[in-house]
Design a protein around this ligand. Structure first.
Ligand code: MN
Length: 427
């Protein structure tokens, strides 16, 4: 699984590539702009973004049209062979001193650029594969029977809204909506009082499938162009009132934030693990969701962290409060390949640049919960902060940062970057 492109001995001439989240073994793609200049494709190396249009003379001529677009859809549609070829060429350019004079002037400081969505998102779907999250939330409504009977057969999901998917940094405008207090006869319309985040991974689709033709589970991994962090901002009061019988709607579609980098399956390959074994008594996946290779390698050992700062904490110079830390591999009952295979199993066509959320990823311990709904037990146990403040849900000025990275002995650490959002009042 681990080829020489992941070899820890392999180094870039770019010094900041050593030791951070963006070594030569990572090379995630993104879309950035500098000042008023147009959006362009770049790759992260160390503290920099390498402008791919700027080095087009030393890249394959056939790639030029797709890599010079303001979105990556066309490039990602080419599939894993093209991704591997670009990775190999970039590794050559960034390690061999003979290319340094040509490539180095095309590095731009990451702190000097603005990041945009890596793709035009035609469709966004969100799943619910975090079994500990599903259990924790289910318990708040059905203490004795938290998981509904379909959970262990069907990767549960719903169609989200693509128009409000935004890159990290987009302000989180507190949504207005209908919320009904438990003891009230009728709902009122107003700003959400139970605004929450959801820690998720995002899956970027590479090449798609034709309408009516499903993606076999054994091929599903090849349709995944990469991964990002995803925050499925959620208004719990609006959600509780509106979700039956058709599921999430206005409680979710006011904003979804993603981290800017598309972290490739090639970079993640050293961090693949076997899917957690199913507890005895659980059904085996149906054949269209079963693949021996996926069971052996379908889990991702991605470490996830969520932090919170408030206005008061930032003014006092206090460190961010760590809300959770955990690993994605222990959280996911269904693999990314199973999600993709299931999504297309009825003939639904996935398209390049489609975005799929995994669902909230909580571990089975109190320190690894991926939403405030779980951490505060539905608002009953507020989080105490060093500023003296307490939070059951998010207040105006609160900022949530999702981070992810992969590390293990003998392998170079790779990072995902951040997905940040600060809540502002609705006007
Ligand atoms: Mn979600």
């Amino acid at each position: 699984m681990i080829d020489e492109s992941n070899d820890s001995a392999f180094k870039s001439w770019c010094e900041s590539a050593q030791g951070g989240g963006f070594p030569i073994q990572n090379l995630p793609l993104g879309i950035f702009s500098v000042g008023e200049r147009r959006r362009r494709a770049g790759v992260a190396i160390g503290d920099f973004v390498l402008d791919l249009a700027g080095i087009s003379d030393v890249l394959d001529e056939d790639w030029r049209a797709d890599l010079s677009q303001p979105v990556l859809n066309g490039w990602l549609a080419r599939g894993p062979d093209a991704q591997r070829a670009l990775r190999e060429r970039l590794q050559e350019l960034l390690s061999d001193e003979k290319y340094r004079d040509e490539v180095e002037p095309q590095l731009v400081g990451q702190s000097e650029v603005r990041f945009h969505l890596p793709c035009f998102v035609g469709d966004y779907s969100d799943f619910y594969v975090g079994i500990h999250h599903a259990t924790n939330v289910g318990k708040q409504f059905r203490p004795d029977n938290p998981l509904l009977p379909n959970y262990k057969y069907v990767p549960i999901g719903y169609h989200g809204r693509a128009s409000s998917v935004r890159a990290s940094g987009e302000p989180v405008i507190r949504p207005n909506g209908q919320r009904k207090a438990a003891d009230a006869d009728a709902p009122e319309y107003g700003p959400s009082r139970r605004l929450d985040y959801e820690l998720e991974l995002g899956i970027w689709i590479g090449h798609g499938n034709d309408l009516g033709c499903s993606i076999p589970i054994g091929e599903a991994a090849d349709h995944i162009a990469g991964y990002c962090l995803l925050n499925d901002w959620s208004a719990r009061d609006i959600q509780a009132w509106e979700y039956q019988p058709l599921g999430p709607f206005l409680a979710k579609n006011f904003l979804t934030s993603v981290s800017p980098w598309v972290v490739t399956p090639q970079a993640l390959s050293p961090f693949r693990k076997a899917m957690p074994s199913r507890p005895s008594g659980d059904p085996q996946p149906l054949p269209y969701l079963s693949d021996a290779e996926d069971q052996k390698t379908g889990a991702l050992a991605i470490l996830l962290e969520v932090t919170l700062t408030t206005d008061k904490m930032r003014q006092a110079g206090l460190a961010p409060h760590i809300l959770s830390r955990g690993s994605a591999d222990a959280a996911m009952y269904w693999s990314a390949a199973q999600i993709v295979a299931h999504h297309s199993s009825n003939g639904c066509n996935l398209q390049p640049g489609d975005l799929i959320g995994t669902g909230t990823l909580s571990t089975d311990s109190a320190g690894g919960l991926g939403s405030l709904l779980e951490i505060s037990h539905g608002g009953k146990q507020p989080v105490q902060l060093a500023s003296g403040e307490a939070r059951s849900f998010l207040e105006d000025g609160d900022e949530i940062t999702l981070k992810a990275w992969c590390e293990r002995d003998g392998v170079v650490r790779i990072g995902f970057g951040e997905c940040v959002g600060r809540v502002v009042s609705s006007s």
